[in-house]
Write a protein that binds this ligand. Structure first.
Ligand code: FA5
Length: 340
């Protein structure tokens, strides 16, 4: 029994010297752990004469309790000291400004699209959303292009694995959907959205690009209305002084068909790199809705007439900012996107 007071004394002395959690853990396994001094003392009971065992056992338990309690107290002290040290050294300045959150912005294509739709809204055109996956019938046939019509060559097409189902090559099939939905009411709509063509990608052509279609149908709509609408639009987008030029063209779904140029926004028509020295920039295809298309939409061409136009807002953006490569639009390069 004589070894127990010495054990208790040295254990308590060592415990007082423990100033951090690591030292406390080492002390704990030395004295109270599975192979610690107290366990050894308890094992020793079996080897003592029977008469001494109860007194020795009581002593060991008392020392164990003392050490347990002392350990708890020392642990509390160490934790408190650690907390005070942390509070004193690791100060937090809550008045510092926070880290700024990176703010996104609208893509330049979306900005242009919204501007175009807003201009047409001012002229009374509503937005009509039409599907991007079309059938051959609506994308071509009902627009006056029967199978094997040579004009189909103007629109290289992505076909799906379902026969007759394709990605629309232009927004014009939307004309059929609107007419069939609203007939016999007069129509004034714009149809924005993505179009797809199986084309060579170049600085001016993408396989996936936006268009904005316009359609007006009524009982006394003439080419003068088309001209007035386009002139008004061009002046809002490119500047109040703009004039437009109309060239005759061909689309199967309009008759007569035209292509529209605006005088160059950079050189005012005198000739420069942007307009390739012509003084003019092409902005859209258009025309008076073909009688066959009016009929396919449900309108009697003897009573109703209409105009339609189709433009590429990305090409308009390129003209506005003198951009040279259409591939920048969907390239996801922040150096490009952050300029707008
Ligand atoms: C058409 O798609 C006709 N549907 C337009 C139309 C509508 C005419 C209504 C008459 C009446 P076009 O293929 O020219 O026409 O395309 C129209 C515009 O879409 C072009 O002027 C151009 O701005 C844009 N566009 C055409 N192909 C691409 C392409 N690969 N990449 C980017 N923009 C394109």
């Amino acid at each position: 029994m004589s070894d127990l007071p010495a054990l208790e004394k040295s254990a308590l002395e060592e415990l007082r010297a423990c100033s951090d959690e690591q030292a406390l853990r080492a002390w704990n396994s030395k004295y109270l752990g599975d192979n610690g001094a107290i366990k050894l003392a308890l094992k020793k009971i079996g080897s003592l004469p029977a008469a001494e065992r109860p007194a020795y056992g009581q002593q060991v338990n008392r020392v164990k309790q003392t050490l347990d309690q002392a350990h708890q107290e020392q642990e509390g002290k160490v934790k408190q000291t650690e907390l005070e040290r942390a509070l004193a050294t690791e100060t937090l300045d809550v008045t510092l400004p926070g880290r700024p959150v990176a703010r996104g912005r609208l893509h330049v294509a979306t900005q242009t699209m919204r501007q175009i739709l807003a201009i047409f809204a001012d002229m009374g055109f509503q937005v009509y959303r039409s599907r991007e996956v079309e059938d051959d019938l609506t994308n071509f046939e009902l627009l006056n292009m029967p199978p094997h019509h040579p004009a189909r060559d103007m629109w290289d097409t992505f076909h799906t694995t379902t026969p007759g189902v394709l990605l629309r090559t232009h927004t014009s099939p939307g004309q059929i959907h609107v007419m069939r939905e609203l007939c016999p009411e007069p129509i004034r709509v714009v149809l924005p959205g993505m179009c797809y063509r199986y084309e060579q990608i170049t600085t001016r052509s993408e396989i996936m690009f936006q268009q904005v279609e316009g359609l007006a149908v009524g009982t006394s709509i003439t080419m003068a209305d088309l001209k007035g609408t386009i002139t008004s639009f061009a002046r809002r987008v490119f500047g109040a002084e703009r004039t437009i030029r109309i060239r005759s063209s061909y689309f199967p779904f309009t008759e007569p068909s035209i292509e529209v140029d605006v005088d160059c926004i950079l050189c005012q028509g005198s000739g420069c790199g942007l307009c390739k020295q012509t003084g003019w920039l092409e902005i859209m295809g258009a025309g008076m809705v073909h009688p066959v298309v009016l009929k396919n939409g449900g309108y009697d061409p003897d009573k109703f007439s209409g105009f339609a136009f189709g433009m590429g807002p990305q090409r308009i953006t390129m003209l506005k900012y003198a951009m040279t490569d259409i591939r920048l639009f969907w390239g996801n390069d922040l150096r490009f996107l952050q300029q707008f």
